[in-house]
Design a protein around this ligand. Sequence first.
Ligand code: ZN
Length: 256
Amino acid sequence: MSFLNSIGRSMTRNTNPKGPSKRSPTPTSATFPPETPTSPTAPHSQSQLSSSQQKPLYLCSPFVESALVKGNFKTIVMLPKYVDIMEWVAVNIFDFYTNLNEFYGVITEFCTQHHCPTMAAGPTLNYTWINQERKSVQLAAPYYIDYVMTWVENLINDESVFPTKSNQEFHNSFPSTVKHVYRQLLRVFAHIYHAHYPQILHLRSEPHFNSLFAHFLAFGREYELLEMKDVRGSSSSPVGIGALYEKWREMGILEG
Ligand SMILES: [Zn+2]
């Protein structure tokens, strides 16, 4: 079933998909202007190639195979019977955000302006942010991620976007809003894999983190929330996790 094509359907809501909201463990940035729901630009490529082109650890065995669950993730993303598709997407977005935020909270002390002066997601890839003057700017990863997580948290807490009352319907713009959210959460995953995988390994969290990301990818593919060009990047500035996606597809844990 196509999620994006389902917005015209009339919907009846009868559940509350959200648990209690949590305060973001990401650092706050009082020196930056308030978050706006504008999107960062397409990946920005650096002119210099990294000298070390060795295979990242997340693509190496045994880490690449490490997961909490075995089998194809497609089975756990399918819409359960009698569940409204909007509710299903909303509750899953909430879970992805909450879990990713927890992971980032654990490694946040390593994601500093000093260690991560750019929002890097590959040897030649840095994401840029569109500021309030509509200019594309480089932000240190902790600031970029703080913007993303604060923006998503505010959306989730906004009853007009993620309604929780039974007589409220989702707005027609909900599918495009969550696509936007998905793109930004993907970038946070991409940065953590690229820049902080050693810390994930140090915490022995790679099965958890891999499972969360595989679930995120499978769900995004199933409900058309994920653009493959965002997963792979361009040939001159590929996203590091693009190779991970391909590897997992070969391994049969994502859809064919
Ligand atoms: Zn970082």
